[in-house]
Design a protein around this ligand. Structure first.
Ligand code: AMP
Ligand code: MG
Length: 338
């Protein structure tokens, strides 16, 4: 009998060692002015990653605001004439415009004249004078953008900037591409904006660290499956002016100045990257109270907000899946209820 059990164990060990761990493949790319890293599991993962890399190059060619011959570049230089665009650009723009409408202009894809006046695209930072800010503000108006089937028209002098939505939209496209290739476990990070496909290969939830806006540590960890986790904060790109104040890259379209409404960082999580990306930017502009009001009226997403008085706010839908870490940066954790 003892001999029989020993043989059985030996056989089980043999079967287990013959079972290969699921294939894992990764790709690191610099595109869209950001570091992108992707990890995918399963037998089709290498093919899916190659397709994702090709998609990234193609989307950068379409949407980079600094490439003169991208579709966005051509619209911005068209002097008010209609420009024909591909259907994916028309779709992205329609989504950006409808979010601008929904957030009452806190998210505005025509913000580029101001982003550029403050030097954020060229890294030649400066504080523009009040007259210049007034002039540029008059060019910011999402209502003056018209998108027809395959053509886009903006007002003379206006300029589009899809930096607040494009990465989320592309993340959705990559996640869809992975699923279509038969990959059911993957993680895509576009400059820290995370999209996960399915669960980890062992079936457990992905554990996503939420970065601290003030040091290399974390604010906490969020457990997710098939979701996006997208963060906005002035700390991502900012400069310190001659007046010793910090000026960040997210502009408040109601003032023309970098948004300064008491939020250090806002993370938005939900099923759709384009929506989470737009909302992280919009809530950063809105501030805590308006952001919470918007969350209550929406039901489409959850958020984690760190305010400049170091209170961490978490919406109730993720109270079980989010774990805050011990940090000097967090004075108090508050749950936001509906
Ligand atoms: P994010 O990191 O997603 O919050 O996006 C920030 C980027 O969006 C900036 O670098 C600008 O290119 C652009 N942006 C800045 N302010 C706004 C705004 N109010 N609405 C839409 N896009 C903006
Ligand atoms: Mg965004």
């Amino acid at each position: 009998m003892r001999k029989y059990v020993a043989v059985m164990f030996a056989l089980i060990a043999l079967v287990l060692s013959a079972c290969p761990a699921e294939e894992k493949n990764s790709a690191d790319v610099f595109a869209l002015d950001t570091y992108i890293s992707m990890t995918a599991y399963g037998e089709n993962s290498q093919k899916a990653l190659e397709k994702a890399e090709a998609l990234l190059t193609e989307r950068e060619g379409l949407w980079s605001v600094t490439l003169a011959d991208s579709e966005i570049g051509r619209i911005n230089q068209a002097g008010g004439e209609a420009v024909s665009v591909s259907s994916v650009t028309a779709d992205l723009l329609k989504r950006a415009l409808s979010m601008a409408e929904e957030t009452d202009g806190a998210f505005d894809p025509t913000i580029y004249p101001l982003v550029s006046a403050w030097g954020f695209t060229t890294d030649t930072y400066r504080i523009p004078g009040q007259t210049e800010i007034g002039e540029k503000l008059s060019l910011v108006d999402y209502k003056a953008v018209s998108v027809k089937e395959d053509s886009v028209k903006i007002g003379i002098g206006m300029q589009l900037d899809l930096g607040g939505i494009a990465k989320g939209y592309i993340g959705d496209e990559i996640a869809a591409l992975m699923r279509k290739c038969g990959v059911d476990s993957a993680m895509i990070s576009l400059g820290g904006n995370i999209h996960v496909v399915g669960s980890k290969p062992d079936g457990s939830a992905w554990q996503i660290g939420i970065k601290s806006p003030e040091d290399d540590g974390l604010l906490g960890v969020l457990a997710v499956r098939d979701q996006c986790v997208i963060t906005s904060g002035a700390y991502e790109r900012y400069f310190v002016g001659e007046d010793s104040r910090k000026y960040g890259h997210i502009i408040d379209p109601s003032t023309g100045y970098p948004a300064d409404n008491g939020i250090l960082s806002v993370t938005v999580t939900g099923g759709e990257g384009a929506v989470c990306d737009e909302l992280s930017t919009a809530v950063f502009v809105m501030g805590l109270d308006k952001g919470c009001e918007y969350w209550r009226s929406s039901g489409e997403f959850e958020m984690i907000i760190l305010t400049d008085d170091h209170v961490l706010y978490i919406t109730e839908g993720i109270r079980e899946s989010f774990r805050a870490v011990e940090s000097d940066l967090i004075r108090e954790v508050c749950i936001i209820e509906r």
